[in-house]
Design a protein around this ligand. Structure first.
Ligand SMILES: Nc1ncnc2c1ncn2[C@@H]1O[C@H](COP(=O)(O)OP(=O)(O)OP(=O)(O)O)[C@@H](O)[C@H]1O
Ligand SMILES: [Mg+2]
Length: 247
């Protein structure tokens, strides 16, 4: 991690400066539409900064999930004219895209499957946000006419099965899974999280694993660890087909 120089912590809102004052900020180097820093003080914290409004869903979902141990606790959240600032307590361990874990792909695939199943088993009552699921089906309907007729028909049929029945991550990357000594420490990157179809996350996780490992060898390990009885192959096929089409 690089010590962060280009952003001036003196410009942070007061409620955030309260925590960053006299601390060193290290850029996690993860490239996305956000910048995330390790704030090294008495207690390690993570500060995520994004455009105004871009982190309010994540903040709401972190608060909703606070008693579940599925993610970090919110320490502070602030908005100014341009940015959102989300400060969370550090989850112990390292993320799933680090060499320690990538070097044991079978173990990692199993832990990804188990961890997603844990997230998807959480109670959904009172979930404040919507994640990917039926909203994607609605969006896809607008695009069916430009697809091959056979594929469009299949998507139309499978789309009817999509159900928003679980709390989903909504934008799963391997580096959003924090692992401590081969145990789930918590999920990060919850800015698209909410009530959605769990097969969206499973499809995404399978692709992430293949992308990092360069092969499909551990697909079945992930699915077995998740629990085949909880997977509807037709709903999974729907999201796999959309991804193949770049939708
Ligand atoms: N509370 C936390 N505890 C430990 N590590 C964290 C925490 N928050 C963030 N991180 C680390 O910082 C990285 C980036 O954080 P995060 O996933 O929230 O942002 P992002 O990947 O830039 O955006 P997003 O995942 O929302 O697209 C994570 O992969 C993780 O390694
Ligand atoms: Mg992330």
């Amino acid at each position: 991690m690089k010590l962060y120089h280009n952003m001036e912590p003196s410009t942070f809102p007061d409620s955030i400066r309260l925590y960053t004052h006299n601390c060193r900020l290290y850029d996690t180097g993860i490239t996305s539409r956000y910048r995330t820093f390790l704030v090294q003080g008495d207690q390690p914290l993570y500060l995520k900064i994004g455009g105004k409004g871009s982190l309010s869903q994540e903040k709401q979902m972190l608060s909703f999930l606070r008693s579940t141990k599925a993610c970090a606790a919110v320490v502070a959240f602030e908005q100014d004219n341009a940015f959102d600032y989300l400060l969370t307590a550090a989850l112990p361990g390292d993320n799933g895209a680090t060499p320690t874990y990538l070097h044991s792909p079978k173990h990692l695939a199993g832990l990804v499957g188990e961890s997603l199943h844990r997230l998807h088993s959480l109670p959904t009552g009172g979930c404040p946000c919507m994640g990917p699921g039926q909203s994607i089906v609605e969006r896809t309907k607008q695009q069916l006419s430009r697809l091959d007729a056979h594929l469009a028909k299949r998507l139309e049929l499978l789309g009817q099965l999509i159900t928003d029945d679980s709390v989903v991550h909504g934008d799963f990357h391997l580096n959003d899974l924090m692992i401590n000594n081969w145990h789930l420490s918590g999920f990060t990157g919850l800015s698209h999280s909410g009530l959605g179809d769990r097969h969206y996350d499973i499809s995404r996780a399978l692709r992430e694993l293949s992308r990092y490992l360069g092969n499909d060898q551990y697909k079945d390990v992930l699915l077995d660890a998740y629990g085949r009885e909880f997977i509807d192959p037709a709903r999974l096929e729907y999201f796999n087909l959309l991804a193949q089409q770049g939708i």
